[in-house]
Design a protein around this ligand. Structure first.
Ligand code: SF4
Ligand code: SF4
Length: 444
């Protein structure tokens, strides 16, 4: 694609990067067919190519973001299916990140929009605040359908309430940062696990399963004091300063461990966070104090399945109830497109003894995408219905996924049990049965 940035503009590293990305696009349109918003809405401006044109025009002409640009960029899920498809290697992720920062800097959002974004940025990245919000949401949940019917800002509140768990028992426990979980067999490795923000509140059983399994495999696990949200939630809102502050805090927490007892890896059980942490080197490249440390941290970051697939696992235990269970594996966009991790989770589930079913249209997002299912609840609900239809067509016993956002989103639209991949692996290698499977196994 031809661009016409001025010499002066190209002196700005951000615009120089945008220029390099834009010039790679050859307008071929291959990305349209795999873009969930284009597939659902059929509007070129809701496709990667359409958004690229809008961003080009905005940045090249140094325009403040218009309502039209904001509408179509806000509708982008950042699922990155377009990057998997693009034959020219267009780095859409960095381009849309830049567009979001530009929107944040130049566009005056309507009051209701600003309010809900501020509330989400104030609550979600902080487990203590999120825990309190969930407790309140538990009582408001019955009103979710009414609020959604009312439309406008009420619909977003309704979407939030609909996604809240039906019970908050067990979610009031604090995450155990600062703790060390020693290997239960001779120690062969030492890793950190990201505690994160929303996941330990929504489902503390996920990291507990990862820790149990790793310990049984001889791996010591540390939850470093000071680690928190990866910064992804605010990063996708274009709030760069807040995202970088979270990134720096995590880099500090992990560097203390790296320089102390050492770490073989930093493991992540929420694949959305994995994309952000693997990008810390780029995010902090302009910060002389953190640039090198961020590269070091990012190089150690691994999805839990990526790590397990690379170690020599023993034969799974003979687990009663497990043989013959069919699993529809939902490949989160942040795993398959964001981190290009496709085979390891499937390979591990098959090795564990499950019968694996590939979900039709598996490349399409379920509509979760961070806060997307709250901010763009109508499109998100359509995408969830499509995903659930595809999953249920397989008639599986259960659904597995590697991202709490997808689990919450899909789980709100189906009666099938949905569990994290690591909970199944822990069960297969001698851990307890995931709680979510109790009813299904009783009925079999
Ligand atoms: S990130 Fe996803 S929603 Fe956004 S343009 Fe690419 S494919 Fe479409
Ligand atoms: S597939 Fe790549 S090169 Fe083709 S239009 Fe989409 S972004 Fe541009």
């Amino acid at each position: 694609m031809q661009t016409s940035f001025s010499e002066e503009q190209l002196a700005d590293p951000r615009l120089r990067q945008a220029n390099d990305i834009l010039r790679k696009c050859v307008h071929c349109g291959f990305c349209l067919a795999t873009c969930p918003t284009y597939v659902e809405l059929g509007n070129e401006l809701d496709s990667p190519r359409g958004r690229i044109y809008l961003i080009k025009d905005m940045l090249e002409n140094d325009k403040p973001a218009s309502q039209q640009v904001v509408t179509h960029i806000d509708r982008c899920l950042s699922c990155l299916a377009c990057m998997t498809t693009c034959p020219s290697g267009v780095d859409y992720m960095r381009l849309v990140d830049q567009a979001r920062v530009h929107i944040e800097e130049t566009y005056d959002r309507p009051f209701a929009d600003r309010l809900i974004r501020n509330v989400l940025a104030f609550v979600l990245p902080y487990p203590g605040r999120f825990r309190l919000a969930l407790a309140a949401a538990f009582f408001g949940k019955p009103f979710a359908p009414l609020l959604q019917r009312m439309g406008g800002p009420f619909a977003r509140m309704g979407a939030m309430l609909q996604l809240a768990p039906a019970s908050f028992a067990g979610r009031l426990r604090e995450a155990q940062t600062g703790n060390i979980f020693p290997a239960s067999s001779p120690r062969s490795g030492r890793v950190a696990i990201l505690t994160g923000c929303a996941q330990p509140v929504l489902d503390p059983g996920i990291n507990a399963a990862a820790i149990r399994l790793l310990n049984r495999l001889g791996i010591e696990v540390v939850l470093p004091a000071g680690e928190g949200c990866c910064g992804g939630l605010v990063h996708h809102m274009g709030r760069e300063a807040a995202a970088l502050a979270f990134a720096r805090a995590n880099v500090d927490a992990w560097m203390r461990e790296i320089e102390g007892e050492g770490l073989d890896a930093i493991l992540i059980t929420t694949s959305g966070c994995g994309v952000t942490i693997k990008d810390y080197g780029h995010m902090l490249a302009g910060d002389p104090e953190y640039a090198q440390k961020a590269v070091r941290v990012a190089a150690l970051a691994k999805d839990i399945t990526e790590y397990l697939a690379a170690i020599d696992l023993p034969e799974p235990a003979k687990t009663p109830g497990l043989p013959g269970l069919s699993v529809a594996y939902h490949s989160a966009c942040s795993l398959q497109h964001g981190q290009r991790i496709v085979l390891p989770p499937k390979m591990l589930l098959e090795k564990a003894g499950f019968i694996l079913r590939d979900v039709p249209e598996g490349h399409l997002c379920c509509g979760s995408a961070g806060t997307y299912n709250i901010m763009q609840s109508e499109i998100a609900t359509r995408l969830r219905a499509r995903k659930v239809r595809n999953i249920e067509s397989l008639k599986p016993d259960l659904i597995a996924a590697g991202n709490i956002g997808c689990m919450t989103q899909i789980g709100a639209g189906t009666a099938l049990p949905i569990v994290h991949t690591i909970e199944l692996l822990d069960w297969a290698w001698g851990g307890p049965r995931p709680e979510a499977l109790a009813v299904m196994l009783k009925e079999r």
